[in-house]
Design a protein around this ligand. Sequence first.
Ligand SMILES: Nc1ncnc2c1ncn2[C@@H]1O[C@H](COP(=O)(O)OP(=O)(O)OP(=O)(O)O)[C@@H](O)[C@H]1O
Ligand SMILES: [Mg+2]
Length: 346
Amino acid sequence: MKTNIKQELRTMWLAAVALFISIAFTVTIAFLFFFRSISLTAEQVRAAAPMTFGIILIITALFVAGYAVIRYITVIRPLGKINATLERVSAGDFSERLTEDGTYGNFAPLVKNINRMTGELETSALMKTDFISNVSHELKTPLAIINNYGTLLELDTITDEDRKEYAKSVTSASRRMSELISNILRMNRLENHPLEARREAFDLSAQLEECLLQYESVWEEKKIRLDLDIADEVEIESDAELLGLVWNNLLSNAFKFTETEGVVGVSLMADEQSVTVQVKDTGCGMDAETGKHIFDKFYQGDTSHAAQGNGLGLALVRRVIDLVDGEISVSSVLGEGTSFIVKIKK
Ligand SMILES: Nc1ncnc2c1ncn2[C@@H]1O[C@H](COP(=O)(O)OP(=O)(O)OP(=O)(O)O)[C@@H](O)[C@H]1O
Ligand SMILES: [Mg+2]
């Protein structure tokens, strides 16, 4: 766009110089012809001089006025409008847009860029407000729990059993808050810093098995059967720390949304160029509408599990998959189960 404007300015200058030279040339030729055809005495020249001077003055004034009008229409007025709009934008009104119908002549590329910039500003302002209201909303519930159970714990009349129960609720609410804050910080790090995924060789099979082991207590408690098909010693070159976030989130979802005695399956397959990890479950599944939003920040489709987590897990997963240049797909049937497939280059 910058080069476009530069090019146009150069063309404008060339056109102006060419016009000036051709007018000067034509006028000179006309005068030469005129002087050849007449012979004037000194008296006549003196008599005609004031009139000639007056006419030249009028013609110059007309030219200057014409130039001023053209400059006002093509430069001053559009720049004034652009400036007024930019002043409103800088005061915080990001809904301002300039018309892109040719009104701004040579400034059209500038106008297009200004509109793009205000559009971006409007979106990020909306996202910021959304983000603040989502975080406040997510913090409210655990804070209310801590507040209520904390007050109950102060009573002398409660039994030991109740005290244990209330203390457990306080601990789990504070854990939820701390998870929320960790996820927000992770999201912030992944989104706002131009982070490059590291490329180092590591054993993906071992990483998947380690991640799985963290859920041992859950699968034992819920009597979930594991269906594992993890190829041995699959080595890839990627960012182990970031990919750890992906497996943890996919596994935590699979175990969370699968009821007692369900099945959670994890498989890892490798070919020459890539590896494919599948995490599937026989849990509650989701409808098509939920499926469209699962990667949005703070989106939680299944309200019965809303108290567990904040809907940031899959948003993080998507961001990591983009960073490591991978692919993720999901297929799900409501009431039957869900399957996530992640493909990464080796
Ligand atoms: N395996 C799954 N089975 C059924 N629904 C799922 C599954 N995985 C994700 N979902 C749906 O997608 C939503 C978003 O998932 P995500 O992991 O982002 O959030 P969360 O698990 O609710 O919270 P968090 O990950 O922050 O603990 C879930 O609330 C759920 O509705
Ligand atoms: Mg999750």
